[in-house]
Design a protein around this ligand. Sequence first.
Ligand code: TYM
Length: 321
Amino acid sequence: MTRLSGITPSGHVHLGNHLGALRRWATEGGPDDLYFISDLHAMTMPYRPERLRALTRENLAVLLAGGIAPETVFVQSDLAGELGALNWVLECACGYGEAARMIQFKEKGAGQDTARLGLLTYPVLMAADILLQGTTEVPVGVDQNQHVELARTLARRFNGTYGEVFAIPRAVVPRTAAAVRNLSDPARKMAKSAQQHAGVVFALDEPDVVRRKFRRAVTDDLGTVRYAPDEQPAVANLLEILGACGDVSPYAAAEAASTYSELKDAVAEAVIEQLRPVREGARELLDDPAELDRTRQKGAGRAAERARPRLDAALRLAGLR
Ligand code: TYM
Protein backbone atom coordinates (compact mmCIF):
# COMPACT_ATOMS: atom_id res chain seq x y z
CA MET A 1 0.00 0.00 0.00
CA THR A 2 1.27 3.43 -0.93
CA ARG A 3 -0.33 6.41 0.68
CA LEU A 4 0.03 9.99 -0.57
CA SER A 5 -1.66 13.29 0.12
CA GLY A 6 -1.06 17.03 -0.18
CA ILE A 7 -2.01 20.45 1.11
CA THR A 8 -2.16 23.64 -0.95
CA PRO A 9 -0.32 26.65 0.55
CA SER A 10 -2.93 29.15 -0.58
CA GLY A 11 -3.26 30.27 3.05
CA HIS A 12 -2.45 29.26 6.61
CA VAL A 13 -3.15 25.68 7.72
CA HIS A 14 -6.47 25.58 9.62
CA LEU A 15 -8.21 23.28 12.06
CA GLY A 16 -10.15 21.53 9.26
CA ASN A 17 -6.87 20.64 7.53
CA HIS A 18 -5.43 19.43 10.81
CA LEU A 19 -8.34 17.25 11.94
CA GLY A 20 -9.49 16.10 8.51
CA ALA A 21 -6.08 15.35 7.06
CA LEU A 22 -2.73 16.27 8.65
CA ARG A 23 -3.31 14.61 12.00
CA ARG A 24 -4.13 11.33 10.28
CA TRP A 25 -1.12 11.58 8.02
CA ALA A 26 1.00 11.75 11.17
CA THR A 27 -0.67 8.97 13.15
CA GLU A 28 -1.63 6.51 10.42
CA GLY A 29 1.36 7.12 8.17
CA GLY A 30 4.09 4.63 7.36
CA PRO A 31 7.66 5.04 6.09
CA ASP A 32 6.64 4.56 2.44
CA ASP A 33 4.02 7.30 2.47
CA LEU A 34 4.44 10.69 0.81
CA TYR A 35 2.99 14.00 1.98
CA PHE A 36 3.60 17.22 0.16
CA ILE A 37 2.94 20.93 -0.10
CA SER A 38 1.15 21.48 -3.42
CA ASP A 39 2.50 24.92 -4.25
CA LEU A 40 1.76 24.47 -7.96
CA HIS A 41 -1.91 24.17 -7.08
CA ALA A 42 -1.75 27.52 -5.26
CA MET A 43 -1.16 29.25 -8.61
CA THR A 44 -4.64 28.60 -9.95
CA MET A 45 -6.01 31.76 -8.31
CA PRO A 46 -4.33 35.19 -8.21
CA TYR A 47 -1.46 35.13 -5.68
CA ARG A 48 1.71 36.97 -4.69
CA PRO A 49 4.98 35.05 -5.29
CA GLU A 50 6.65 36.12 -2.04
CA ARG A 51 3.59 35.15 -0.01
CA LEU A 52 3.44 31.77 -1.76
CA ARG A 53 7.08 31.11 -0.88
CA ALA A 54 6.47 32.05 2.76
CA LEU A 55 3.30 29.98 3.02
CA THR A 56 5.01 26.96 1.44
CA ARG A 57 7.66 27.14 4.13
CA GLU A 58 5.08 27.66 6.87
CA ASN A 59 2.90 24.77 5.68
CA LEU A 60 5.99 22.53 5.57
CA ALA A 61 6.87 23.49 9.14
CA VAL A 62 3.31 22.75 10.29
CA LEU A 63 3.35 19.31 8.67
CA LEU A 64 6.63 18.41 10.35
CA ALA A 65 5.59 19.86 13.71
CA GLY A 66 2.39 17.82 13.45
CA GLY A 67 4.47 14.66 13.57
CA ILE A 68 4.70 13.69 9.90
CA ALA A 69 8.00 11.90 9.33
CA PRO A 70 10.55 14.20 7.64
CA GLU A 71 11.56 11.39 5.24
CA THR A 72 8.04 11.33 3.82
CA VAL A 73 7.66 15.04 3.08
CA PHE A 74 8.40 17.05 -0.07
CA VAL A 75 7.34 20.20 -1.97
CA GLN A 76 5.41 19.65 -5.19
CA SER A 77 7.30 22.17 -7.36
CA ASP A 78 10.56 20.38 -6.59
CA LEU A 79 9.14 17.67 -8.90
CA ALA A 80 7.84 20.18 -11.44
CA GLY A 81 9.64 18.41 -14.30
CA GLU A 82 8.26 14.93 -13.61
CA LEU A 83 4.80 16.19 -12.74
CA GLY A 84 4.65 18.51 -15.72
CA ALA A 85 5.39 15.62 -18.08
CA LEU A 86 2.79 13.31 -16.58
CA ASN A 87 0.29 16.15 -16.28
CA TRP A 88 0.40 16.64 -20.05
CA VAL A 89 -0.06 12.94 -20.73
CA LEU A 90 -3.07 12.88 -18.40
CA GLU A 91 -4.55 16.09 -19.82
CA CYS A 92 -4.54 14.25 -23.12
CA ALA A 93 -6.48 11.40 -21.49
CA CYS A 94 -9.08 13.69 -19.87
CA GLY A 95 -12.17 15.13 -21.53
CA TYR A 96 -12.90 18.85 -21.33
CA GLY A 97 -16.36 18.06 -19.93
CA GLU A 98 -14.90 15.82 -17.25
CA ALA A 99 -12.69 18.63 -15.99
CA ALA A 100 -15.41 21.27 -16.29
CA ARG A 101 -17.78 19.18 -14.15
CA MET A 102 -15.51 19.30 -11.10
CA ILE A 103 -17.29 21.11 -8.28
CA GLN A 104 -14.34 23.27 -7.35
CA PHE A 105 -14.07 24.61 -10.89
CA LYS A 106 -17.81 25.20 -11.03
CA GLU A 107 -17.70 27.12 -7.75
CA LYS A 108 -14.62 29.20 -8.43
CA GLY A 109 -14.31 29.64 -12.17
CA ALA A 110 -17.02 28.29 -14.47
CA GLY A 111 -18.44 30.89 -16.83
CA GLN A 112 -15.71 33.42 -16.08
CA ASP A 113 -13.62 34.30 -19.10
CA THR A 114 -10.68 35.27 -16.92
CA ALA A 115 -10.66 32.09 -14.80
CA ARG A 116 -7.19 30.63 -15.03
CA LEU A 117 -6.88 27.57 -17.27
CA GLY A 118 -4.99 25.98 -14.39
CA LEU A 119 -8.17 26.14 -12.32
CA LEU A 120 -9.87 23.92 -14.90
CA THR A 121 -6.97 21.48 -15.14
CA TYR A 122 -6.19 21.51 -11.37
CA PRO A 123 -7.65 18.01 -10.77
CA VAL A 124 -5.55 16.59 -13.62
CA LEU A 125 -2.37 17.83 -11.94
CA MET A 126 -3.70 16.27 -8.76
CA ALA A 127 -4.13 12.99 -10.65
CA ALA A 128 -0.51 13.34 -11.78
CA ASP A 129 0.57 13.78 -8.13
CA ILE A 130 -1.26 10.62 -7.18
CA LEU A 131 -0.49 8.36 -10.16
CA LEU A 132 3.18 9.34 -10.48
CA GLN A 133 3.92 7.69 -7.14
CA GLY A 134 1.90 4.49 -7.59
CA THR A 135 -0.49 5.64 -4.85
CA THR A 136 -3.18 3.24 -3.67
CA GLU A 137 -4.66 5.30 -0.81
CA VAL A 138 -5.27 9.04 -0.61
CA PRO A 139 -6.20 10.24 2.90
CA VAL A 140 -8.27 13.41 2.40
CA GLY A 141 -11.31 15.28 3.69
CA VAL A 142 -14.56 14.76 1.78
CA ASP A 143 -14.06 17.88 -0.36
CA GLN A 144 -11.32 16.08 -2.31
CA ASN A 145 -13.30 12.90 -3.06
CA GLN A 146 -14.35 13.97 -6.52
CA HIS A 147 -10.78 14.79 -7.50
CA VAL A 148 -9.53 11.39 -6.36
CA GLU A 149 -12.37 9.83 -8.35
CA LEU A 150 -11.06 11.58 -11.47
CA ALA A 151 -7.57 10.21 -10.75
CA ARG A 152 -9.09 6.69 -10.64
CA THR A 153 -10.88 7.26 -13.95
CA LEU A 154 -7.73 8.56 -15.66
CA ALA A 155 -5.61 5.70 -14.29
CA ARG A 156 -8.05 3.10 -15.60
CA ARG A 157 -8.35 4.84 -18.93
CA PHE A 158 -4.59 5.12 -19.43
CA ASN A 159 -3.99 1.52 -18.35
CA GLY A 160 -6.78 0.30 -20.65
CA THR A 161 -5.66 2.33 -23.66
CA TYR A 162 -1.88 2.17 -23.53
CA GLY A 163 -0.93 -0.51 -21.02
CA GLU A 164 -0.85 -1.20 -17.29
CA VAL A 165 1.35 1.20 -15.41
CA PHE A 166 -0.72 3.01 -12.78
CA ALA A 167 -2.10 1.67 -9.51
CA ILE A 168 -5.79 2.50 -9.00
CA PRO A 169 -6.04 4.89 -6.04
CA ARG A 170 -8.92 5.36 -3.64
CA ALA A 171 -9.80 8.20 -1.28
CA VAL A 172 -9.80 7.41 2.44
CA VAL A 173 -11.99 9.79 4.42
CA PRO A 174 -11.92 10.01 8.24
CA ARG A 175 -14.91 8.91 10.29
CA THR A 176 -15.00 12.22 12.18
CA ALA A 177 -14.07 15.76 11.18
CA ALA A 178 -14.08 14.95 7.47
CA ALA A 179 -15.76 18.32 6.85
CA VAL A 180 -15.21 20.89 9.59
CA ARG A 181 -17.50 23.92 9.13
CA ASN A 182 -16.78 27.65 9.48
CA LEU A 183 -17.56 28.71 13.08
CA SER A 184 -19.37 31.84 11.86
CA ASP A 185 -21.41 30.02 9.23
CA PRO A 186 -21.97 26.26 9.45
CA ALA A 187 -23.29 26.24 5.88
CA ARG A 188 -19.73 26.79 4.67
CA LYS A 189 -16.72 24.59 5.20
CA MET A 190 -13.75 25.92 7.11
CA ALA A 191 -11.44 27.08 4.31
CA LYS A 192 -8.17 28.96 3.87
CA SER A 193 -9.81 31.36 1.46
CA ALA A 194 -12.81 32.17 3.70
CA GLN A 195 -13.80 35.81 3.86
CA GLN A 196 -14.91 35.28 7.45
CA HIS A 197 -11.60 34.57 9.17
CA ALA A 198 -13.32 34.99 12.53
CA GLY A 199 -14.81 31.55 11.89
CA VAL A 200 -11.56 29.89 10.83
CA VAL A 201 -9.17 28.58 13.51
CA PHE A 202 -5.60 28.46 12.25
CA ALA A 203 -3.04 25.91 13.44
CA LEU A 204 -0.70 28.72 14.48
CA ASP A 205 -3.32 30.86 16.29
CA GLU A 206 -2.34 31.79 19.86
CA PRO A 207 -4.54 30.29 22.62
CA ASP A 208 -6.31 33.59 23.29
CA VAL A 209 -7.21 33.96 19.65
CA VAL A 210 -8.60 30.41 19.63
CA ARG A 211 -10.70 31.13 22.74
CA ARG A 212 -12.08 34.32 21.21
CA LYS A 213 -13.02 32.56 17.97
CA PHE A 214 -14.89 29.81 19.80
CA ARG A 215 -16.62 32.27 22.12
CA ARG A 216 -17.94 34.08 19.05
CA ALA A 217 -18.97 30.89 17.26
CA VAL A 218 -22.61 30.89 16.16
CA THR A 219 -24.97 28.39 17.79
CA ASP A 220 -28.79 28.48 17.66
CA ASP A 221 -31.68 29.40 19.92
CA LEU A 222 -32.71 25.87 20.90
CA GLY A 223 -30.38 25.88 23.89
CA THR A 224 -29.81 22.10 24.02
CA VAL A 225 -26.42 20.49 23.65
CA ARG A 226 -27.06 17.42 21.48
CA TYR A 227 -25.68 16.04 18.25
CA ALA A 228 -28.29 16.70 15.58
CA PRO A 229 -26.50 17.87 12.40
CA ASP A 230 -29.68 18.59 10.41
CA GLU A 231 -31.48 20.61 13.08
CA GLN A 232 -28.48 22.09 14.90
CA PRO A 233 -25.62 22.27 12.37
CA ALA A 234 -23.56 24.85 14.27
CA VAL A 235 -23.69 22.93 17.58
CA ALA A 236 -23.03 19.69 15.69
CA ASN A 237 -19.90 21.24 14.22
CA LEU A 238 -18.62 22.17 17.69
CA LEU A 239 -19.37 18.64 18.92
CA GLU A 240 -17.59 17.08 15.96
CA ILE A 241 -14.51 19.18 16.68
CA LEU A 242 -14.63 18.36 20.39
CA GLY A 243 -15.16 14.66 19.67
CA ALA A 244 -12.32 14.57 17.13
CA CYS A 245 -9.92 16.21 19.60
CA GLY A 246 -10.73 13.62 22.27
CA ASP A 247 -11.11 10.69 19.87
CA VAL A 248 -14.71 10.14 20.92
CA SER A 249 -17.93 10.32 18.91
CA PRO A 250 -19.78 13.65 18.74
CA TYR A 251 -22.60 11.96 20.69
CA ALA A 252 -20.23 11.20 23.55
CA ALA A 253 -18.78 14.71 23.32
CA ALA A 254 -22.27 16.14 23.92
CA GLU A 255 -22.19 14.74 27.44
CA ALA A 256 -19.29 17.03 28.36
CA ALA A 257 -21.41 20.19 28.44
CA SER A 258 -24.90 21.27 29.33
CA THR A 259 -24.87 24.88 28.10
CA TYR A 260 -23.52 26.44 24.92
CA SER A 261 -21.04 28.50 26.86
CA GLU A 262 -19.68 25.37 28.60
CA LEU A 263 -19.51 23.66 25.24
CA LYS A 264 -17.57 26.55 23.66
CA ASP A 265 -15.09 26.60 26.54
CA ALA A 266 -14.60 22.85 26.36
CA VAL A 267 -14.00 22.90 22.59
CA ALA A 268 -11.65 25.87 22.80
CA GLU A 269 -9.49 24.19 25.46
CA ALA A 270 -9.46 20.86 23.60
CA VAL A 271 -8.42 22.59 20.38
CA ILE A 272 -5.70 24.60 22.13
CA GLU A 273 -4.24 21.37 23.55
CA GLN A 274 -4.59 19.63 20.22
CA LEU A 275 -2.74 22.40 18.38
CA ARG A 276 -0.17 23.24 21.05
CA PRO A 277 2.63 20.93 19.82
CA VAL A 278 1.97 21.96 16.25
CA ARG A 279 2.17 25.68 17.04
CA GLU A 280 5.22 25.40 19.26
CA GLY A 281 7.06 22.98 16.98
CA ALA A 282 6.35 24.98 13.84
CA ARG A 283 7.62 28.21 15.42
CA GLU A 284 10.88 26.45 16.30
CA LEU A 285 11.29 25.00 12.82
CA LEU A 286 10.61 28.37 11.21
CA ASP A 287 13.47 29.80 13.25
CA ASP A 288 15.88 27.39 11.54
CA PRO A 289 15.41 27.92 7.79
CA ALA A 290 18.56 26.01 6.86
CA GLU A 291 17.30 22.81 8.50
CA LEU A 292 13.92 23.22 6.81
CA ASP A 293 15.67 23.62 3.45
CA ARG A 294 17.71 20.46 4.02
CA THR A 295 14.60 18.46 4.83
CA ARG A 296 12.95 19.84 1.72
CA GLN A 297 15.87 18.97 -0.49
CA LYS A 298 16.14 15.40 0.79
CA GLY A 299 12.42 14.87 0.37
CA ALA A 300 12.55 16.11 -3.21
CA GLY A 301 15.38 13.74 -4.08
CA ARG A 302 13.58 10.74 -2.66
CA ALA A 303 10.23 11.53 -4.27
CA ALA A 304 11.77 12.17 -7.69
CA GLU A 305 13.81 8.99 -7.61
CA ARG A 306 10.79 6.97 -6.71
CA ALA A 307 8.72 8.56 -9.49
CA ARG A 308 11.10 8.23 -12.41
CA PRO A 309 10.72 4.55 -13.42
CA ARG A 310 6.94 4.88 -13.48
CA LEU A 311 7.10 8.12 -15.46
CA ASP A 312 9.49 6.55 -18.00
CA ALA A 313 7.22 3.54 -18.39
CA ALA A 314 4.14 5.74 -18.87
CA LEU A 315 5.85 7.94 -21.47
CA ARG A 316 7.06 4.90 -23.39
CA LEU A 317 3.64 3.25 -23.37
CA ALA A 318 2.11 6.51 -24.61
CA GLY A 319 4.38 6.38 -27.68
CA LEU A 320 7.00 8.82 -26.50
CA ARG A 321 10.75 8.25 -26.19
P1 TYM B 1 -6.39 21.52 0.70
O1 TYM B 1 -5.15 22.30 0.87
O2 TYM B 1 -7.64 22.27 0.35
O3 TYM B 1 -6.69 20.69 2.00
C1 TYM B 1 -5.72 19.82 2.59
C2 TYM B 1 -6.46 18.67 3.26
O4 TYM B 1 -7.34 19.16 4.26
C3 TYM B 1 -8.67 18.67 4.03
N1 TYM B 1 -9.62 19.71 4.42
C4 TYM B 1 -10.58 19.55 5.32
N2 TYM B 1 -10.92 18.50 6.10
C5 TYM B 1 -11.95 18.67 6.96
N3 TYM B 1 -12.63 19.83 7.09
C6 TYM B 1 -12.32 20.92 6.33
N4 TYM B 1 -12.99 22.05 6.49
C7 TYM B 1 -11.25 20.80 5.40
N5 TYM B 1 -10.68 21.66 4.52
C8 TYM B 1 -9.70 20.97 3.92
C9 TYM B 1 -8.73 18.39 2.53
O5 TYM B 1 -9.72 17.45 2.22
C10 TYM B 1 -7.34 17.89 2.26
O6 TYM B 1 -7.25 16.51 2.55
N6 TYM B 1 -6.00 19.67 -3.89
C11 TYM B 1 -5.61 19.43 -2.52
C12 TYM B 1 -4.12 19.19 -2.36
C13 TYM B 1 -3.59 18.16 -3.27
C14 TYM B 1 -3.73 16.76 -3.11
C15 TYM B 1 -3.05 16.19 -4.22
C16 TYM B 1 -4.36 15.95 -2.17
C17 TYM B 1 -2.87 18.40 -4.40
N7 TYM B 1 -2.55 17.21 -4.98
C18 TYM B 1 -3.00 14.81 -4.38
C19 TYM B 1 -4.31 14.58 -2.33
C20 TYM B 1 -3.62 14.00 -3.43
C21 TYM B 1 -5.99 20.63 -1.68
O7 TYM B 1 -6.02 21.74 -2.14
O8 TYM B 1 -6.17 20.36 -0.35
